[in-house]
Design a protein around this ligand. Structure first.
Ligand SMILES: O=P(O)(O)OC[C@H]1O[C@@H](O)[C@H](O)[C@@H](O)[C@@H]1O
Length: 221
């Protein structure tokens, strides 16, 4: 049976969520939001446009949100670039998956500007068979559209996809898509995922994971 791996990007392939939170914290509060760091962290899911709309309902036009979104990502990329690297063990894990002919996709709420920044900056594009970004979905996570589109593009049934996620909203999206998830605890602690029963395991990084163990039938159910 053909399996597939669907990777969230931020916080899952690279340990960068702190940089997104800091960029949003500065931009949103600059616009008068009065959010604490923790409150900003809770808002860091879904598309940039969705986040802006949740924070300032009806205040900005689409064009204004586009401009703020790019400004935020420029700030983020400039701050994070010196630390751009894959989470430990992921390079080996992806190589193993490629050798075993397991297709891999990125399903992210990020815009392509950021996905390109990572894929080209780390030279890992050849591992990725499909990409679903913010621009490819009507509604982002926790809605299942992102991961369902990844599965469709790879031609693999949703129940045969394993999602890699770092955020509770992403795990919720996987559950809604009928998929199991491996949780990387870069930004959130295990107790924050208590509401979800589709979690295969929690890992700090990929060094403890082998493709073979993960794709064994019993752990896939
Ligand atoms: O879906 P992913 O890859 O975790 O991306 C989520 C993040 O993507 C970033 O581009 C957004 O600015 C963040 O607000 C969002 O949290």
């Amino acid at each position: 049976m053909q399996k597939a791996f669907l990777f969230d990007l931020n916080g899952t392939m690279i340990d960068d969520m702190e940089f997104h939170i800091r960029a949003w914290h500065s931009i949103l509060n600059g616009l008068g939001a009065h959010l604490s760091y923790e409150e900003t962290k809770l808002q860091c899911y879904g598309k940039n446009h969705e986040l802006l709309e949740r924070t300032f309902p009806g205040r900005f036009t689409l064009a204004e949100k586009d401009t703020m979104s790019i400004e935020k990502e420029k700030q983020y990329q400039e701050a994070f670039r010196p630390q751009l690297k894959l989470i430990d063990g992921l390079a080996v894990f992806m190589e193993e998956a490629k050798q075993l002919n397991i297709p891999m996709a990125i399903g992210s709420a990020a815009i392509m500007f950021n996905i390109d920044f990572v894929l080209d900056g780390l030279n890992i594009r050849h591992y990725i068979n499909a990409i679903v970004s913010a621009d490819d979905v009507n509604i982002s996570k926790p809605h299942p559209e992102t991961f369902l589109k990844c599965a469709e593009q790879l031609g693999v049934a949703p129940e045969n996809c394993i999602v890699f996620e770092d955020s509770p909203k992403g795990v919720e999206a996987a559950a809604a898509a009928g998929m199991k998830a491996v949780v990387i605890t870069t930004m959130h602690e295990e107790h924050e995922f208590a509401a979800y029963n589709n979690i295969l395991c929690f890992i700090e990084d990929y060094r403890s994971l082998t493709v073979e163990n993960l794709t064994k039938e019993q752990s896939f159910m």
